[in-house]
Design a protein around this ligand. Sequence first.
Ligand SMILES: Nc1ncnc2c1ncn2[C@@H]1O[C@H](COP(=O)(O)OP(=O)(O)OP(=O)(O)O)[C@@H](O)[C@H]1O
Ligand SMILES: [Mg+2]
Length: 333
Amino acid sequence: MPSFVMPASRKPDSTPAPAAVTAVGLRKSYGDRTVLDGIDLRIPAGSVFALLGPNGAGKTTTVKILSTLVGADGGHAQVGGHDLVTSPDGVRAAIGVTGQFSAVDGLITGEENMLLMADLHHLPRGEGRRVAAELLARFDLAEVARKPASGYSGGMKRRLDLAMTLVGNPRIIFLDEPTTGLDPRSRHTMWGIVRELVAQGVTVLLTTQYLDEADELADRIAVLDGGRIVAEGTAEELKRLVPGGHVRLRFTDPAAHRAAAAALADAERDDAALTLRIPGDGSQRTLRAILDRLDAAGVEADELTVRTPDLDDVFFALTGGPTPPHRTQEVVR
Ligand SMILES: Nc1ncnc2c1ncn2[C@@H]1O[C@H](COP(=O)(O)OP(=O)(O)OP(=O)(O)O)[C@@H](O)[C@H]1O
Ligand SMILES: [Mg+2]
C-alpha cells in the first residue's frame, strides 16, 4: 500500500503551532501479531486531529499508548511536552481520555459519577460540586443528574462520559469513537461540544470510522489501516488523492445525446442511459467549458450532475475495502 504524506498547509510566514502530541515510529505487537507498525504523528496545539480507520486498524491501541494505558514496543512520543516513558505522570496530568467503551458507572447517578471524578482529581469538595454542576448543565444533563446512569440513553451516557473527562480541565483530549451509535441529533450535539472545546484552545485527538465526522471536525486526518498510516492531510488534500470527480449529462433525445457526444470528445458515453460522463473537478471553469461546447453544438442537456470525490472514496481507496456505488453530491437542473 503506497503512503501519501501531505505537507502541513499553513499560511505563508505563520509560525507552526507548537505540537501538543508528537509520535515517532510507534510500534506494538500482541504475540506475533503486529498491531502498530511504525506510527508517526504531529498534532498542533489547539487543533482537531482525526485518526480514521476500519475495525482493527489500531486506533484504540494508538490512543491507549498515547494515554499511557499500554506501553509501546518501539518508537517514542511526547504528549503535552511530557515523554511517555520518562514522564507518564506528566502525560496523565495533561490529558483527558474518553474511551471507546463507556466509563460511566450505571449503578450510581450522573452526579455521583462526576463527583467520583472530582475526587480522583483531588478537587476540594465544594469545588468538585461546582465543577460537576457546571458540566452537567453544559452537557444538558442537569435534569437527570440525580437519576441512576443505567437509565440514561446511549447519547446521554456519551455526554456524561465526556463531561467526566473534562472534570480535570485537560488541555489535550483523546476521544475514542465519540459518536459511535449515536443518532444524528446526538452526533451534532457532540460535534458542537468538540468545537467549543477547540475554541477554548483544547487539542483533540479523535478516532472515528465516520468519514463525515472527520470531514466536519478535523483540521487534519490520518488514515490508519493495518497498523500503518496510509495517508495524512486535510480533508481536501485527501480527497485530491482519489480520482472520481466527474460531470454527468443526461439527455432524453437520442439525437441531442449523439450531437453532445460529438462535441465532447473526452466524454464516456452510455447510449442506453443517454448519458455522458466527463471527468473533471466540477469547478466553475470546467462546467463553463462543457456548457460552452454544448452551446456551440446547439444542444441542451436535460440534467447536469456534478460529483466530487468525498472522504468515503478516500477511505475505500486507501483501506482496501470494496468500492462504494457512486453517489450524487449535488444536482443542478
Ligand atoms: N489486548 C490485546 N490483546 C491482543 N490483541 C489485541 C489487544 N488489543 C488489541 N488487539 C488487536 O489489535 C488490533 C487493533 O485493535 P484496536 O482496538 O487498536 O483497533 P481499532 O482500530 O480501535 O478498531 P475498532 O474500530 O474496532 O475499535 C486488532 O486486531 C485487535 O484484535
Ligand atoms: Mg477502537
